[in-house]
Design a protein around this ligand. Structure first.
Ligand code: GDP
Length: 510
C-alpha cells in the first residue's frame, strides 16, 4: 500500500513458526522453553490454529511443521470439547470477524486513508502520531504522516520482527476487522493477489483528483485491475471510497438515473438511494451554482464560434448584387468581456478588419445590447465574410486584442508518457480555436506552489511538472495575457488525441 510497495499486511502471530510470505521470512518467537520437543511445539501450533481465525496459507504451514517424522499426538480430547460454533459467537465480545483488503491505484491514498482511520479509532495514540508527524516532516514527506501508521508495521516486518497484530486490526460496531494491505503499484500485483485471496470484503480507494482518476483506469492503471482481481478471487462485497475529495472544492456528486428519471427534478423517493444519499436532485444542484463574476468593465471581447449567412441575409446579399450595398453576415460566440450595442464599430483580430454591428440576438430574440457572459449572434456589415474564421476575436478598435504566432506560457503538464522536448508538436486549443503549434523553447521548470524557477533550460519536461515554455503557432492567433483577461489567457495542449498540458499566457512575443 505504499509507493515502495514492499510491505505485506498480514497480521497473524503463530508462536514458534516461521512463515514465508512473498519472499520474506517472518519468524515468530516461541513462547515456551526452547528445549521443548518439536511434537509439543507442533501441537501447540495446532491448538492455536484451531482457536484462531488463521488464513489458509498459515494453516497449511502449521500443518507442514506438524508432519515431522515423529507422529503427532493430536489433542483429540481438546478438539471434542470445543464447541466451535458457540465459541465463535462468544469470541471477540460477540463480534464477527471480517477480513478486509484495501485496494486501488498507487498513490490513491490507501495508506493515508486507513492510517487516518486507525488513528481516529484510537488504535494509534496521540504521542505516536505526533512522532510520525515530526519524522515525516523531517524526511520532507509531511503528507505521508498518516500513511506511516501502516508503514511502520511494514518496516518491522522487513526486519523480521513479530508483527504487531493490533496495528492492523480495528473494530466497528458489530465486527472485528482484520485489515489486509494491497500494494498499489503494478509490480506488486502478486502481493495484492495474496491479500485479496484472503479477504472477505474490499474497499476500493479511487483518487478523485484530476488526471489521477483517469490514470487509475488507463492501461496499467490499478483501479480497474484491482477491482476485477478481487471479484475473480471471490470478493463479492465492495465499497468504493472516493478519496482526495478535499481537492474537489466545488464538485458535487449527484446520483441519477437518466432512464428512470430518478433524482432529476425531484429528490429521489427510492428507499435504496435514500439510504445513502440525502443531497440535492440534479435540478436543485444546477440551481445552486453561483454565476461567475463577469468582466463587464473590461474592453469588449467576443470569440467567434460560428460564421454564417442567415436566410434573410442570403436573400439580401443576392439583392445587394444590384444595389451594391453589403448586407452583412452573422457571427455567434460568447462575449467574454465588456458589452456591445447596435451601431458599435468592432475590430476583428487576427484579420485586423473593422465592421459595424447591425443587429444582436440573444436566445433568438433581437436585443439592443448584450454583455459579458451572453452567448449572442451579431449581424455585421462592412466586412468580407471570407476574412472571418472560427477563432477570430472581435474587440473594440480602441483596445484591440493582440495577434501573434509566438508567446510564452506557464504550463502544467499532465500524465504524459513521452517527455516534452524542444520542437515537440502540439495542437493548441484556445477558446474556439485549435491550431497546430510547436513547443519552441523550454525556458525553465517552476516550483508548483511558489512559481520559483527550480531549473533553467531543461532538456525535457515530464509529467506533473510546471514549466515556462515558448510556443509557436502555424498561423497568427488572437491572445490575451492571463493577468489581464483570465478567460482569454488560458489554453490546453493536446498531442496524439490526449490532453498533455494546461497553460496560461504570460508574454506575447510577436
Ligand atoms: P497509497 O499508495 O494508495 O497507499 O497512497 P498513500 O496513502 O501513500 O498516499 C499517496 C499521496 O496522496 C500522499 O502524498 C498522501 O498525502 C496523498 N493523499 C492521500 N489521501 C489524500 C487525500 O484525501 N487528499 C489529498 N489531498 N491527498 C491525499
Amino acid at each position: 500500500m505504499t509507493v515502495s510497495g514492499k510491505k505485506q499486511t498480514m497480521g497473524f502471530e503463530v508462536p514458534g513458526l516461521t512463515v514465508e510470505e512473498n519472499g520474506h521470512n517472518f519468524h515468530i518467537p516461541q513462547k515456551g522453553p526452547s528445549t521443548e520437543d518439536t511434537t509439543t511445539a507442533a501441537s501447540d501450533v495446532l491448538e492455536t490454529v484451531s482457536k484462531s481465525p488463521l488464513p489458509s496459507h498459515i494453516m497449511q504451514a502449521a500443518e507442514e511443521q506438524s508432519s515431522a517424522p515423529t507422529p503427532v499426538k493430536r489433542s483429540s480430547k481438546l478438539r471434542q470439547q470445543l464447541d466451535v460454533k458457540a465459541e465463535l459467537e462468544n469470541r471477540q465480545g460477540g463480534k464477527q470477524l471480517l477480513n478486509l483488503v484495501v485496494i486501488g491505484h498507487v498513490d490513491a491514498g490507501k495508506s493515508t486513508l486507513m492510517g487516518h482511520m486507525l488513528y481516529l479509532l484510537g488504535n494509534v495514540n496521540k504521542r505516536t502520531m505526533h512522532k510520525y508527524e515530526q519524522e515525516s516532516k523531517k524526511a520532507g514527506k509531511a503528507s505521508f504522516a498518516y500513511a506511516w501508521v501502516l508503514d511502520e508495521t511494514g518496516e518491522e516486518r522487513e526486519r523480521g520482527v513479530t508483527m504487531d497484530v493490533g496495528m492492523t486490526k480495528f473494530e466497528t460496531k458489530t465486527k472485528v476487522i482484520t485489515l489486509m494491505d494491497a500494494p498499489g503499484h503494478k509490480d506488486f500485483i502478486p502481493n495484492m493477489i495474496t491479500g485479496a485471496a484472503q479477504a472477505d470484503v474490499a474497499v476500493l480507494v479511487v483518487d478523485a483528483s484530476t488526471g489521477e482518476f483517469e490514470a487509475g483506469f488507463e492501461t496499467g492503471g490499478q483501479t480497474r485491475e484491482h477491482g476485477l482481481l478481487v471479484r475473480s478471487l471471490g470478493v463479492t462485497q465492495l465499497a468504493v471510497a472516493v478519496n482526495k475529495m478535499d481537492q474537489e472544492g466545488d464538485v458535487a456528486f449527484v446520483p441519477t438515473s437518466g432512464l428512470s428519471g430518478e433524482n432529476l427534478i425531484t429528490r429521489s423517493q427510492s428507499g435504496e438511494l435514500m439510504k445513502w444519499y440525502k443531497g440535492l436532485c440534479l435540478l436543485e444542484q444546477i440551481d445552486s451554482f453561483k454565476p461567475p463574476q463577469r468582466s463587464i468593465d473590461k474592453p469588449f471581447r467576443l470569440c467567434v464560434s460560428d460564421v454564417f449567412k442567415g436566410r434573410i441575409l442570403i436573400i439580401k446579399s443576392l439583392l445587394s448584387c444590384f444595389t451594391d450595398q453589403g448586407s452583412g453576415f452573422c457571427v455567434t460566440g460568447k462575449i467574454e468581456a465588456g458589452y456591445v450595442q447596435i451601431g458599435d464599430r468592432l475590430l476583428a483580430m487576427p484579420p485586423n478588419e473593422t465592421c459595424t454591428v447591425k443587429g444582436i440576438t440573444l436566445h433568438d430574440e433581437p436585443v439592443d445590447w448584450a454583455a459579458a457572459g451572453d452567448h449572442v449572434s451579431l449581424t455585421l456589415v462592412g466586412m468580407d465574410i471570407i476574412k472571418i474564421n472560427v477563432g477570430c476575436v472581435f474587440c473594440g478598435p480602441r483596445d484591440p486584442i493582440k495577434a501573434c504566432t509566438r508567446f510564452r506560457a506557464r504550463i502544467l503538464i499532465f500524465n504524459i508518457e513521452i517527455p516534452i522536448t524542444k520542437g515537440f508538436p502540439v495542437l493548441l486549443h484556445y477558446q474556439t480555436v485549435s491550431e497546430p503549434a510547436v513547443i519552441k523553447r523550454l525556458i525553465s521548470v517552476l516550483n508548483k506552489n511558489t512559481g520559483e524557477v527550480t531549473k533553467k533550460k531543461p532538456k525535457l519536461l515530464t509529467k506533473g511538472q510546471n514549466a515556462l515554455v515558448e510556443l509557436q503557432t502555424q498561423r497568427p492567433i488572437a491572445l490575451e495575457l492571463y493577468k489581464d483577461f483570465k478567460e482569454l489567457g488560458r489554453f490546453m495542449l493536446r498531442y496524439s488525441g490526449s490532453t498533455i498540458a494546461a497553460g496560461v499566457v504570460t508574454e506575447i512575443k510577436e
